[in-house]
Design a binder for this molecule. Structure first.
Ligand code: PLP
Length: 237
C-alpha cells in the first residue's frame, strides 16, 4: 500500500500476528522500570498494530507522514503516535493534530515550522531534538556543537507552543559494542548536561536504542526505546 517493497518473510502474516503480543510481552518484561517502549509500527499493517494494542501497548512510532495519518484514522484514539523519521516541513501541517511527540526534530527550520503549525491550531507540540553522534551520512540531527550554539543564540526562546521534552539519537549501525557504547554515552552526557542546566522545563526523555542495540542503550541511560523488528518482525512493505 505504501511502497513497492513486498513482504518476503517465511511465516504467513497470520502466524506473524499471533507472535506480536508474545514478543511484545517478552520485551516489556525485560525493560527496567522507567523505560518507555515505543513500538515502531512503520511499514506494518493496522492488524499488527491492533494486536499490540490489544496486548496493552499505547505508544507507536511512525516515520512517514501519510502513513501515520492513515493509521491514526483507523485505530483507537488513545494511541500516542510518535513521529520518528525525517520530516519535511511541508508535511508538518498534515500530521500536527495527530502527533503526541515529534522525536526527530533535526533542524531549526523544522522546529520553527512545528512551532508555527502548533500555534496555528492552538496546540503545544512536544518535541525531542535529534542529535547526530554517529555522523553517518544517512543520519540526521544536530551535532553537539550545533545544539549548544542554537541554545546560546536563543533559538528556543519565544516558542510558547513548543515543549522540548528531551533528545533522541541513534548509534552507528556497527557490531563494535565499544564504539556503539561510546556513542550512547555521548548522547547520555549531552542529555544530563542539558538537564542539569535546566534549560527546558519538561526535559525528561532520552530516546535511544532500537531492536539490535536497546539493551546497550538502556545500560547507558536511555529511558525510551524505539523497537520495531523485535516486536513486529521484518517490515511488511
Ligand atoms: C525504524 C526505526 C526504529 C526501529 O528499528 P528496528 O530495528 O526495527 O527496531 C527506531 N528508531 C528509528 C528512528 C527508526 O527509524
Amino acid at each position: 500500500m505504501y511502497s513497492a517493497k513486498i513482504y518476503q518473510g517465511t511465516v504467513t502474516p497470520k502466524q506473524k500476528m499471533n507472535n506480536v503480543a508474545s514478543r511484545l510481552e517478552k520485551i516489556l518484561a525485560t525493560l527496567p522500570t522507567g523505560v518507555q517502549l515505543v513500538a515502531v509500527s512503520k511499514f506494518h499493517s493496522v492488524e499488527a498494530i491492533k494486536e499490540a494494542y490489544t496486548a496493552g501497548q499505547r505508544i507507536f512510532g511512525e516515520s512517514r507522514a501519510q502513513e501515520l495519518k492513515e493509521k491514526y484514522a483507523e485505530l483507537p484514539d488513545d494511541i500516542q503516535w510518535h513521529f520518528i523519521g525525517h520530516l519535511q516541513t511541508n508535511k508538518v501541517r498534515m500530521i500536527m493534530p495527530y502527533v503526541a511527540l515529534f522525536q526527530s526534530v533535526d533542524t531549526l527550520k523544522l522546529l520553527s515550522t512545528i512551532s508555527a503549525e502548533a500555534s496555528r491550531i492552538g496546540k503545544t507540540a512536544h518535541i525531542l531534538l535529534q542529535i547526530d553522534v554517529a555522523r553517518e551520512e544517512t543520519k540526521f540531527g544536530f551535532s553537539k556543537n550545533e545544539l549548544y550554539e542554537a541554545i546560546s543564540s536563543g533559538a528556543f526562546s519565544n516558542m510558547p507552543n513548543i515543549s522540548v521534552d528531551g533528545i533522541m539519537g541513534m548509534a552507528s549501525n556497527s557490531d563494535n559494542n565499544d564504539f556503539v557504547r561510546s556513542e550512547f554515552e555521548t548522547l547520555s552526557q549531552i542529555y544530563n548536561d542539558i538537564s542539569s542546566k535546566k534549560i527546558f522545563q519538561n526535559f525528561k526523555i532520552l530516546s535511544m536504542g532500537m531492536s539490535h542495540d536497546y539493551r546497550l542503550a538502556i545500560s547507558c541511560g536511555s529511558n525510551m526505546v524505539r523497537i520495531g523488528t523485535d516486536i513486529f518482525g521484518e517490515r511488511e512493505y
